[in-house]
Unconditional design. Structure first.
Length: 413
């Protein structure tokens, strides 16, 4: 996106403005103060490294603040900072380039009005072109600041990136890349209450048209991802068309926008807890374990259940396995699954590698021995899983396994 903006800027302010003749329409013909100023300018025209060019521009301004070519110098400074921002935002940029990009982009964002003062406008550029250039530079600056902040992968960086992407959308409401990236950023936060907002931005990216729209291939990939993510959160694609329609009206979600999660829907259907436990004993047990583990004294409870097989296979138990859907397969020996969370709330670690790849969304049943847990985000890990512990995964995924040692006696929960 940055290269595209740079090219647009070049188209609006043609390269011819960077020569002395671009200001020739002024009442008084511009002239160099002395040979030293001309030499600095000549050095600039030969320098190809953006950072070194920026240093030369700074020297020019310090030595000749009232140069007849002050407007030209401002435009050259902006274009050089755009180049630095683009270089530091590209994949594989060095830490030094990233730092330089952040500094250049912040400088552009902070000084737009100063840079785009009427006195700096090239005589060859119209007022509309000058205005368009200002908007494009602003988008470039805020996009760079968002990219740099997002790549830091810190809470503060994510918050900064979100704010910057919203500034981009304010300037370019049909910016599909900004909408999609903002949606994925919010998903990365793993805050269930913000999931509807993230889905809205992704839907908006698909609907965007014009010069900043996604490519056909990118749009198809985004559509597939949105449908899968929406189904995982809502439980079906019911209402997805309404979300797409809403996203078509505004770059930001309207006040009160929401999407019901599977949990929200289930809670409505539950009625009272006793009735739900009778109808869904597996989920009732899963929730009771989660409630106990996420409580302040969760470690004490975990010490009691670690090494236990759940669901219990003995006694008066109405079910023998939990129902789950595959969320991801981080390795041949590990599946992250969704029992009651679209992000995944159980990790199944198998004794022997699974053959092939298990498709995301595959529904199956499992039981297992509790091995570890995490409170935030919540995750319950089962170790030593084997073919006999699952029902519904392809039989071809399991190789012949060696004889297993008997499991320890199940602890009481």
């Amino acid at each position: 996106m940055f290269d595209r903006l740079s090219k647009k800027l070049t188209g609006v302010i043609a390269l011819s403005v960077f020569v002395a003749g671009a200001w020739a329409q002024a009442p008084k013909a511009p002239a160099w103060k002395d040979q030293g100023e001309y030499d600095v300018y000549q050095a600039l025209t030969k320098e190809t490294d953006p950072q070194k060019k920026l240093d030369l521009l700074s020297q020019w301004e310090q030595k000749y603040p009232e140069s007849d070519y002050k407007g030209q110098r401002v435009v050259m400074t902006m274009q050089t900072q755009v180049a630095i921002a683009a270089k530091g935002s590209a994949a594989g940029a060095s830490p030094a380039d990233v730092e330089a990009a952040q500094k250049a982009a912040q400088n552009l964002a902070d000084n737009l009005d100063k840079y785009f003062a009427d006195e700096n406008k090239p005589a060859a550029a119209t007022a509309d072109q000058w205005k368009q250039a200002k908007e494009q530079i602003a988008v470039q600056a805020h996009s760079t600041l968002a990219t740099v902040a997002m790549n830091r992968k810190t809470p503060q960086g994510d918050a900064t990136a979100e704010a910057e992407y919203k500034k981009v959308l304010d300037l370019t409401p049909n910016n599909a890349t900004a909408s999609y990236t903002l949606g994925t950023l919010i998903l990365r936060l793993k805050k269930v209450e913000r999931y509807p907002e993230a889905l809205y931005f992704i839907a908006r990216a698909i609907d965007d048209s014009g010069p900043l729209a996604l490519t056909p291939a990118g749009k198809k990939a985004a559509e597939d991802y949105l449908k899968k993510a929406y189904n995982g959160f809502h439980g079906s694609d019911d209402g997805l068309a309404d979300v797409m329609k809403a996203a078509n009206t505004s770059p930001l979600p309207p006040a009160g926008f929401t999407i019901e999660s599977v949990t929200d829907i289930q809670k409505k259907q539950e009625g009272d807890a006793a009735a739900f436990a009778t109808a869904h004993p597996d989920l009732a047990l899963w929730r009771s374990i989660k409630t106990a583990l996420t409580a302040p004294d969760g470690d004490t409870y975990f010490a009691q259940v670690k090494g236990s097989e759940i669901p219990p296979q003995e006694g008066d138990v109405k079910f023998k396995m939990f129902t789950a859907k595959v969320v991801s397969q981080s390795s041949p020996k590990e599946l992250v699954v969704n029992v009651e969370s679209a992000f995944g709330d159980a990790t199944l670690q198998f004794e022997t590698p699974l053959k092939g790849t298990i498709d995301v969304g595959t529904e199956f049943k499992f039981k297992g021995v509790v091995d570890a847990y995490a409170k935030e985000p919540y995750m319950l890990t089962f170790a030593g899983m084997g073919k006999e512990d699952v029902d519904g995964l392809p039989a071809s995924a399991f190789a012949a396994a060696p004889a297993r040692k008997p499991r320890p006696a199940t602890k009481k929960k």
